[in-house]
Design a protein around this ligand. Structure first.
Ligand code: SAH
Length: 477
């Protein structure tokens, strides 16, 4: 294992740097040194055209002389960029003896500092090091960051630097200031990014500072869909909110992988409720949300799948609305979509299904209120949530209303998770198949012509489980 390098950003303004070598590589490094305000002396028999111009403009000092250790006197850094290994080594050794940090081009061993790959946005710099061992990798990372980091970042940094003293004076408390910053950036960053409006952004900043007493202690709630459990299926907005939350109030269905993305010091509250005391539990959840938001915290109410699909998200928002609490909603990938995708069941298909219904067959009562005639129609897909316990009556009713006994189903347990199981069959033997395979919650039933496609289109996890082919009768010996 190589020891990691110590990252540092050096202030080289008016500081002497000796560069030995005057070719193209030296020229690139010298340009960077000049940009940082260094006083550069170059030792070389000949200069690259770029360096000739710089020398003519007196931006660098050039000498055509052999290297001697005394030339390092007064230098803070040295760069050896000749194409002669022996000269480079001589510079490195002399520099070491004088405690001058030295970079030898393409020689990590001889170097006591490296020049990282850098992404620059004004004064904002992201420097990447592979410890000197894999510069190609660092370069690749740099390319990615070039794409990811918006051009306006530099302007934003300047603006914040300009107002830094004022902001600190107005909001001395650090954690409050951090929250204020997050909100501010959400507000002004798009303005800068999309329209480059520096004055608007600055006025927004000053307004936000003035509005401080009202905003600073005001908590908020974001109702966020966590998707089916795989963190890769979160939205970017959900991720951002998890990173900012003070308190995360989550259900049992939310996976550990998702919770692991929460801010380190966020408080995690599991309010997963057992069936039975649901009404009570819901009141308790309301009380918890209210308590934290009124204490000025940023609360993320995190729900499995999508919060508005059988998630009681609506009730929670009505409660918050009645108490005048501001909120936002972030959709998530609901179980029907996740299970369908990961089981290889297209929910609609030009030949097999023109509509999709999301239903729940949870409580006994809820089955009575459903429009079974409509649900039994052909060429449509039913995605049945919370249905494991009610498969028997479901079959009875669908058959009674005319759905064909050979309508295919896919029953997906732990959809989109590593332990996913997919049970295939037809409506005729649905409850028996579920029992035989011991399907447990959480499981989603997809019923309709499209379900048969899973036999060909499955691609994730274990193979789908098909009904066993009856054994041919064998003669008893
Ligand atoms: N709001 C959630 C649904 C909550 S109801 C959503 O949009 O997905 C809970 C039911 O969702 C479970 O009983 C099950 O039917 C279904 N479900 C949730 N996650 C699931 C998963 N990973 N695999 C299969 N079914 C799931």
């Amino acid at each position: 294992m190589t020891t990691a390098l110590f990252p540092l950003f050096a202030d080289l303004r008016e500081r002497a740097v000796l560069v030995v070598g005057g070719g193209a590589v030296a020229a690139r490094k010298i340009e960077r040194l000049l940009a940082a305000g260094a006083r550069v002396r170059v030792l070389a028999p000949e200069l690259h055209p770029t360096l000739q111009k710089l020398a003519a403009a007196k931006q660098i000092a050039h000498r055509n002389a052999p290297f001697t250790p005394a030339l390092l006197d007064g230098a803070w850094l040295a760069i050896a960029a000749t194409d002669d290994a022996a000269s480079n080594r001589a510079v490195a050794q002399a520099a070491r003896e004088r405690h001058v940090l030295v970079n030898v081009v393409d020689d990590a061993e001889l170097s006591s500092f490296h020049l990282p790959a850098v992404v620059e946005r004004g004064a904002v710099q992201v420097a990447i090091s592979s410890g000197g061992g894999a510069p190609m990798l660092a370069r690749r990372l740099r390319e990615r960051l070039e794409i990811a980091l918006d051009e306006s970042l530099g302007t934003l940094a300047e603006l914040l630097a300009r107002q830094r003293a004022l902001i600190r004076e107005r909001i001395p408390d650090i954690s409050r200031r951090r929250r204020w910053f997050d909100r501010l950036l959400d507000r002004i960053a798009p303005d800068l990014r999309l329209r480059g409006r520096v004055e608007d952004a600055e006025r927004d900043l000053l307004d936000a500072l003035d509005g401080l007493p009202a905003n600073a202690t005001r908590g908020s709630v974001a109702l966020v869909g966590a998707g089916p459990g795989d963190p890769g299926l979160l939205t970017l907005r959900a991720l951002r909110l998890l990173n900012e939350a003070d308190v995360i109030v989550h259900d049992r269905l939310v996976g550990a992988g998702v919770l692991a993305l929460a801010r380190r010091d966020a408080q995690l509250l599991d309010v997963g409720k057992r069936v039975g005391d649901a009404a009570n539990a819901q009141d308790r959840i309301h009380a918890i949300l209210l308590e934290h938001v009124q204490a000025g915290r940023r609360v993320v109410r995190l729900k499995g799948g999508d919060p508005f699909v059988f998630g009681r998200g609506g009730e929670e928002l009505q409660f918050l609305h009645a108490h005048g609490i501001p909120f936002e909603v972030v959709p998530g990938i609901t179980a029907a979509l996740a299970c369908a995708a990961y089981a290889g069941v297209p929910l609609t298909h030009r030949e097999h299904a023109q509509s999709l219904r999301l239903v729940t067959a949870h409580a006994k009562g809820s089955q009575d209120t459903l429009d079974w005639r409509a649900l039994a129609a052909e060429q449509q897909t039913l995605a049945v949530y919370m249905g494991v316990a009610g498969l028997e009556p479901l079959r009875t009713r669908l058959l009674a209303h005319g759905r064909a006994a050979d309508t295919p189903f896919a029953l997906i347990e732990n959809g989109a998770r590593p332990e996913q199981r997919v049970v295939l069959g037809t409506l005729a033997d649905l409850p028996e198949r579920a029992r035989a395979e011991a399907v447990r919650s959480p499981a989603l039933l997809i019923l309709g012509e499209v379900a048969a496609l899973a036999a060909d289109l499955h691609w994730f996890g274990a193979l789908p489980l098909l009904a066993p082919v009856p054994e041919p009768l064998s003669d008893v010996a």
